[in-house]
Design a protein around this ligand. Structure first.
Ligand SMILES: [Mg+2]
Length: 390
């Protein structure tokens, strides 16, 4: 029987050069309370938390979290680590329930569940390494020969560069692309027209045979979202993402019921209980949990099964190995998100600079190796672009 002997948390903070972003690159929830400069600051995240769990035989499992790394680190170090020492990593359900129930009064969602998720990922990576199997093989195995992926970058920008970038993704074979709306309720009818221009330009660039999705990152109000859905309905978007704040599950349901454009959400929803409520309310056409915040693999697998029973599609936020392994093993997941590797800008791309082993898209799809245990990731040796805090 294996025993966990150590839990180590390290913040990888990018201090190297950062690519500039256009001022309206994406709407955010804070647009309604801040000027646009403040919104960009709130969107950028340049720190990543890495969790390494060591077993008594020396095997190390790796997990990660991208939300609020400093607070997540403190939560793991203070509250979760003591629960883990001495446990058997193969008892992952027990470990999850132990973390969840001990932190319930202050955990549940947000930082508490992000901390549990990061640990759970390391536990599943450890399980895979101890058993000599990739994580997806422990979850039910391969349900598709490869995973189709959509290119996810297309921030709001001048229409000529948007056109060029979108066209390039289509030519690289991506079956779908996602853009970000740049304007919200404060920007009036002119902003609506600019948002429509983004969608129209992208459609012109990729043609009729590539799907287009568009993300609001919770930057709209319900009333504004109703107007926008009517405005973009003619362009046959595959979905509009997070049109309103994550807590407004009734608002999501109302927009979905309009039947104009499919509504996706759940990037900022948590646990089986959160998604049970959302599915009961018919809030989403597409569920987009991220395994590294929703409750780890342990919660994601249960939510994917719940979605299958509701015939709701699961297309996790962000791609990356922890999401790809769940997507590979579930029939509810037809396609995954893919952040192309670019110079560091928002932070979405930072994982390329921290881990080795992430799959590179070829002709619009990725594959997972059958012979790489765990998630198949290793940590890079940090260079001068990173400041590490242990
Ligand atoms: Mg999103």
């Amino acid at each position: 029987m294996a025993r966990i002997t150590d839990v180590k948390t390290t913040i990888w903070e990018w201090v190297g050069p950062v690519a500039p972003m256009p001022p309206h690159f994406c709407t955010t929830a804070s647009d309604l309370v801040a000027d646009v400069t403040g919104s960009i600051a709130g969107f950028r995240f340049l720190g990543w938390l890495v969790v390494e769990i060591t077993c008594d035989d020396g095997t190390v499992g790796i997990g990660n979290a991208a939300l609020a790394p400093h607070a997540t680190k403190a939560t793991i170090d203070t509250y979760l680590k003591p629960l883990l020492i001495g446990t058997d990593p193969l008892d992952s359900e027990y470990i999850w329930q132990s973390m969840y129930r001990r932190t319930l009064p202050f955990g549940r969602k947000g930082i508490g569940m992000t901390a549990i998720s990061a640990v759970d990922l390391a536990v599943w990576d450890l399980k895979g390494k101890l058993l000599g199997q990739p994580v997806f093989k422990l979850l039910g195995g391969r349900t598709k020969s490869r995973i189709p992926v959509y290119a996810s970058r297309l921030y709001s920008q001048p229409l000529d560069t948007l056109y060029t970038e979108a066209k390039a993704y289509a030519e690289q074979g991506f079956p779908a692309v996602k853009l970000r709306f740049g304007w919200g309720p404060k920007d009036g009818p002119a902003g609506i027209a600019k948002n429509v221009d983004l969608v129209r330009t992208t459609r012109e660039a990729v043609g009729p045979d590539v799907d287009i999705m568009a993300d609001c990152y919770m930057g709209w109000t319900l009333e504004y979202a109703r107007r926008m859905l009517r405005a973009v309905a003619p362009f046959n978007l595959r979905w509009v993402e997070e049109p309103v704040i994550a807590d407004d599950l009734h608002g999501y349901a109302e927009l979905k019921a309009m039947g104009l454009v499919a509504i996706s959400g759940g990037e900022h929803e948590y646990t089986l209980y959160g998604f049970r409520q959302a599915l009961d309310l018919k809030s989403y056409d597409i569920v987009q949990f991220d395994v590294n915040r929703v409750g780890g693999v342990t919660a994601a697998k249960k939510i994917a099964d719940l979605c299958e029973a509701h015939d709701v599609v699961v297309i996790p936020h962000a791609g990356q190995m922890h999401n790809y392994h769940v997507t590979m093993s579930t029939y509810a997941g037809p396609i995954a998100e893919y952040f192309p590797k670019v110079p560091v800008e928002v932070g979405n791309e930072l994982f390329w600079y921290i881990f080795d082993g992430e799959p590179i898209a070829e002709n619009g799809s990725i594959d997972l190796a059958d012979d790489r245990p765990g998630f198949g990731l290793t940590l890079k040796t940090p260079d001068q672009n990173f400041k590490l805090t242990a």
